[in-house]
Design a binder for this molecule. Structure first.
Ligand code: SAH
Length: 343
């Protein structure tokens, strides 16, 4: 019998399940609290439920939990990178970072990725499968338990393209922000996409208060196509329309992610193009020196080029940050740890 993935069920869905099992509806709230608030890893921990109900739940449901199979801790900044094994044996990465304003976890949304960005390690083996809402949640739950510290910010910037797994992503966000669970503030959540236009619009219509990050990386269609195959499908002009729509519907500033690759997208003209686009959609710009990946050709821009690029944006009055490179000494770039283990 195929068991139901209980961690991916909303409270309302769980209530229906309980009723179908001939149990009282309020049991669902108890189960939900054990799973999403108290972060129980097994039905045996749920001591206010009778032994027989715990047994019945075990027969009926899978309480999918992730197991940490490898941890790397940065000696520089304490960042921890976890390799988690999923119930079916696949692996994903999550990264825990400590900032002044609280702890942040970067989670994966898929096993692998099919977007094919030419500088990225996560996409090298293609897409294996989507993560369920419960598997996305459990990365945060597992990290909370492992570090013993509350998480206040979540970024969906690990392995995978979150907008290629839209339904589970939206469910994950609703459950993560629900007061009956971890109750993380919507403003503490950032979702990063390579630019799937229809789903940017769909997210805008959800009118959530989360931050949308767009991986731009190139300011002309020509340049972007060289770096990101998704640019063949959606033009920059379509992307910018979607970004403006997102801003209009949510009043939330978008972040442009811009990875600087030496001699590729770090010239004065690139900076000027970026200023125009960012102005057009009121975006904040986050510059990232590209992380070299063994199987890829790109190298980070020289320190001087990064500085000049940033200075140009600042002079134009742009809101710009240079991403602190957390955990550089521990295979910081997306997908590098999983890649080492599976290859
Ligand atoms: N698929 C989503 C989220 C995952 S990638 C997206 O594309 O946005 C998270 C961010 O890391 C993206 O901005 C991505 O372009 C960037 N990235 C991937 N590989 C990188 C590398 N080698 N160096 C720097 N940034 C990289």
């Amino acid at each position: 019998m195929n068991k139901t993935d209980i961690k991916s069920l909303s409270l309302e869905e769980l209530q229906r399940e309980m009723e179908q099992m001939g149990e009282k509806k309020f049991r669902a709230a108890q189960l939900y609290e054990w799973i999403h608030k108290k972060l129980a890893r097994d039905f045996s921990e749920m001591t206010n439920l009778s032994l027989s109900l715990r047994e019945k739940c075990r027969e009926h449901f899978d309480l999918a939990t992730l197991h940490s199979v490898q941890v790397q801790e940065s000696k520089v900044d304490g960042t921890k990178k976890y390799l988690f094994e999923l119930p079916d044996g696949n692996t994903v990465e999550s990264v825990w970072m400590r900032y002044h304003h609280g702890n942040s976890v970067c989670i994966s949304s898929q096993v692998g990725c099919r977007m094919g960005c030419r500088f990225c390690a996560s996409t090298l083996g293609g897409l294996v499968r989507n993560l369920s809402a419960g598997e996305m949640l459990d990365q945060i739950y597992a990290v909370t338990l492992l570090t013993g510290e509350r998480v206040s910010n979540v970024v969906v910037m690990g392995i995978g393209e979150p907008f290629d797994n839209m339904e589970n992503l939206l469910k994950f966000i609703r459950m993560l922000t629900d007061e009956r669970g971890q109750h993380i503030s919507q403003r503490g959540i950032t979702v990063s996409t390579c630019g799937l236009v229809p789903n940017i619009k769909k997210l805008a219509e959800e009118e959530l208060q989360i931050t949308l990050a767009l991986s731009l990386h190139g300011v002309t269609d020509e340049k972007r196509k060289k770096l990101m195959p998704i640019a063949e499908r959606y033009s920059i002009s379509e992307l910018m329309d979607a970004c403006r729509y997102y801003f209009e519907r949510t009043s939330r500033r978008i972040t442009f992610e811009y990875a600087l690759a030496g001699g590729v997208n770090d010239t004065k003209e690139d900076a000027e193009g970026l200023i125009m686009l960012a102005r057009f959609v009121h975006a904040h710009v986050n510059l990232i020196p590209i992380n070299p990946v063994e199987e890829r050709d790109y190298v980070p821009s020289a320190r001087e080029a990064v500085r000049a690029f940033q200075a140009k944006l600042l002079q134009a009055g742009m809101n710009v940050t240079l991403r602190r490179e957390m955990g550089r000494d521990i295979d910081g770039a997306c997908g590098q740890l999983r890649r080492k283990v599976i290859s």
